[in-house]
Design a binder for this molecule. Structure first.
Ligand code: COA
Length: 387
């Protein structure tokens, strides 16, 4: 028998990490790395963060336009009515919050979403129409903060705090973590952060969500996969590590030694560098402004560290353009807003869930499975099996 070793289709060589490869079309937004600009639909994401509410931008992501006041009131009411935790989830959350010695709320969220999918009897995207998909997406996004905050409380041996329907998504998030009504300044600081992190192009977790959605699996399956990608320190798992870095440095006179030592050991400086931006990350600039408005010694120290780290990275990594990314000041803003460090990445996930689901819904419309190829670089095949 003659074996045809030719590939079925002609293979196209693409850069490692799929850099610069267009893998889908989207109407949700884009990131323009050289300009330092990104947008949701047709609006600058930074303009939205500074001028609109989280709920308005959530509506925009789903509907492609900003809501009228009437639509906003209805949308806000709908979300508030979907926040409650299904009773079946409580034992799962209790087990996840107390398993092992480390507290990993994002792992708990993954577990809880599997259970939620069963509780809600989610249908595969392939088998459901646009109305059912949108309803499921909204329900999951609305309950995600409740799940994450409950994990935090249960880990501390406290009762979960029930969501308050009259609070905005952001105020309710802060309230469910601490059990106390948050200060308006903290709400607005975190709301801007949440809006600015809803979506950001075809990053690793969004791409993952879309790959799973393209198979026709249910929304929870796509979200759980996205969360897995997101928790990696090279992606969404860095804001607490960035703040840990500030703690390790401690005082301005130690910046140089700390950075040189890290780079000489081949380590990365968390909160710096980005796969797409080749100039300032606009989210970092926004968050620096928010932090500066809050003010205080941590902000002064962070700005000193940022300035010096950028200079040192330019010297130690010549030819790269490494600036602070979203994670650096995110940690500072969250710390100053009273969010515990273990809840930094979960806070990022509260907003990104909205972006992931918008991407999942868009991908579901296409009906085309994402299926790339790999170059085989092992020993030539077929080799006879050893006797
Ligand atoms: C975000 C990140 C993964 C992007 O990686 P990337 O797309 O491969 O980055 P680039 O192609 O721009 O740069 C690669 C080069 O710069 C270096 N570099 C990038 N970010 C760096 C950092 N934070 N500290 C030290 N060196 C860094 C890499 O080591 C690499 O150098 P090399 O080719 O000599 O190994 C990377 O910048 C990083 O690991 N940053 C720290 C983690 C972080 O903050 N993550 C949150 C991202 S929002």
């Amino acid at each position: 028998m003659t074996i045809n070793t030719e590939p079925v289709d002609e293979l196209i060589e693409v850069p490692a990490g799929l850099r610069h490869v267009i893998a889908a079309e989207t109407r949700l937004g884009d990131v323009r790395g050289r300009e330092g600009f990104y947008h949701y639909r047709q609006y600058s994401a930074i303009d939205l963060a500074t001028g609109r509410t989280f709920e308005e931008v959530w509506f925009l992501m789903l509907e492609g336009r900003l809501p009228t006041p009437g639509e906003l009131a209805e949308f806000t009411g709908t979300i508030a009515g979907l926040r409650d935790l299904p009773a079946e989830l409580l034992p799962v959350l209790t087990a996840a919050a107390t398993a092992g010695t480390r507290f990993r709320p994002m792992a708990g969220l993954r577990t809880a979403l599997s259970m939620l999918a069963e509780t809600l009897e989610l249908q595969p995207l392939w088998d459901s129409g646009p109305t059912a998909r949108s309803r499921d997406a909204l329900r999951i996004c609305a309950v995600t903060p409740t799940i994450l905050a409950a994990l935090h409380r249960l880990h501390q041996g406290l009762e979960p705090v029930a969501p308050q329907p009259e609070l905005s998504t952001t105020a309710n998030w802060l309230y469910m973590i601490s059990g106390e009504l948050p200060k308006p300044a903290a709400v607005r600081a975190i709301e801007q952060y949440l809006i600015a992190t809803i979506d950001h192009g075809f990053n690793a977790s969004t791409f993952t969500a879309r790959v799973v959605a393209s198979t026709g699996a249910d929304i929870a399956a796509a979200l759980i996969a996205a969360i897995g990608a997101f928790t990696g320190p090279l992606h969404g798992g860095a804001p607490d590590r960035a703040l840990d870095g500030l703690d390790e440095i401690g005082t301005p006179d130690r910046i140089d030694d700390w950075v040189r030592d890290k780079i000489s050991r081949g380590d990365r400086i968390m909160g710096f560098g980005h796969p797409v931006y080749r100039t300032d990350d606009p989210r970092s600039l926004l968050l620096r402004d928010i932090a500066t408005e809050i003010g205080g010694p941590l902000v002064d120290f962070a700005t000193t560290v940022e300035r010096r780290v950028v200079e040192l990275l330019a010297e130690l990594k010549p030819g790269r353009t490494l600036y602070a990314n979203v994670e650096f000041y995110a940690g500072v803003v969250m710390e100053l807003s009273g969010i515990p460090r273990s809840m930094f990445t979960p806070t990022f996930a509260v907003s990104r869930t909205v972006g992931w689901t918008a991407n999942i819904l868009e991908q579901a419309e296409s009906g085309k499975i994402i299926r790339p190829a790999a170059r085989y670089v092992g020993p030539p095949a077929p080799e006879p099996l050893p006797h």
